[in-house]
Design a binder for this molecule. Structure first.
Ligand code: NAD
Length: 260
């Protein structure tokens, strides 16, 4: 699957799933607009790794909770890399607490990043996609875009919203050469999940390994984590011509979580 000549914006690609997606798309020949937080040396190392795959790479430090920075990131992809052909809305954060104790600022931050940033990015990127008559939008939602869990009010609300937003984008772009799909992972072992495991181990007085097993077996019939590479492979497929008529879908990669 060749993506030569295409430019991919991947939000939150300095870590975890986003980095896995960036590696796959760069490997297929796409130019990459990296985004996310991290130490300068770590980001330089990622840029060097992706460049070695043959990709032209730019980095945007945009804080995507701010709409004007989302727009600047999309404009940077167009001006420095020649387009915004593939937009992967991946950056996300989590906070776990019962609703009565859920901090208002955490609610606002999760809705801003996990939901509103995608609206602003899609709004900014669609004109460039429509002008070329080709575009791919992939929104990294979650099993929590399809079902709920206690103590994740903001995350579940944002991810359900993201699945709904994906359907509207697909309907509005159905005849523009653009597809929009949501990907709904179950557990993927990344820093976002390592944090939840560490918090549980602290709260329950158990070991990290015990909590890893417990986390998986509570939700997933398949007791193993997906990997960022697994997600990268699916996004690469969705970006390819083979997936030209897949749009408006919410694709589960969840070890059977939402089959129950
Ligand atoms: P991660 O913590 O490893 O990476 C998150 C990325 O987002 C990082 O690059 C970080 O710098 C970036 N980021 C955070 N705040 C940002 C901001 N304000 N502006 C721009 N970038 C910001 O997380 P991950 O596990 O790779 O998660 C990636 C996506 O996958 C998230 O949307 C998450 O909800 C979703 N997801 C993860 C899992 C899982 O099990 N890990 C499961 C389902 C869905």
């Amino acid at each position: 699957m060749s993506l030569h000549g295409k430019t991919a914006i991947i939000t939150g690609s300095t870590s975890g799933i986003g980095l896995g997606i960036a590696r796959r798309l760069a490997g297929a020949g796409a130019n990459i607009l990296l985004n996310g937080f991290g130490a300068a040396a770590a980001i330089d190392a990622i840029k060097a790794e992706l460049s070695a795959l043959g990709a032209k790479v730019s980095y945007s430090p945009a804080d995507l909770t701010k709409a004007e920075q989302v727009r600047a990131m999309v404009a940077q992809a167009v001006s420095e890399l020649g387009g915004a052909d593939i937009l992967v809305n991946n950056a996300g954060i989590q906070h776990v607490a019962p609703i009565e104790e859920f901090p208002d600022d955490k609610w606002d931050a999760i809705i801003a990043l996990n939901l509103s940033a995608t609206f602003h990015a899609v709004k900014a990127a669609l004109p460039a996609m429509k002008a070329k008559g080709w575009g791919r939008i992939v929104n990294i939602a979650s099993a929590h875009g399809l079902v709920g869990s206690p103590h994740k009010a903001a995350y579940v609300a944002a991810k359900h919203g993201l699945v709904g937003l994906t359907k509207v984008i697909a309907l509005e772009t159905a005849n523009d050469g653009v597809t929009a799909n949501a990907v709904c992972p179950g557990w993927v072992l990344t820093p976002l999940v390592e944090q939840q495991i560490a918090d549980r181990a602290r709260a329950n007085g158990s070991s990290v390994e015990q909590e890893r097993v417990a986390l998986l077996s509570e939700k997933q019939p398949m007791h193993q984590f997906s990997t960022p590479d697994n997600l990268g492979d699916l996004v690469l497929f969705l970006a390819s011509d083979a997936a030209a008529s897949i749009t408006g879908a919410a694709l589960s990669v969840d070890g059977g979580w939402t089959a129950q």
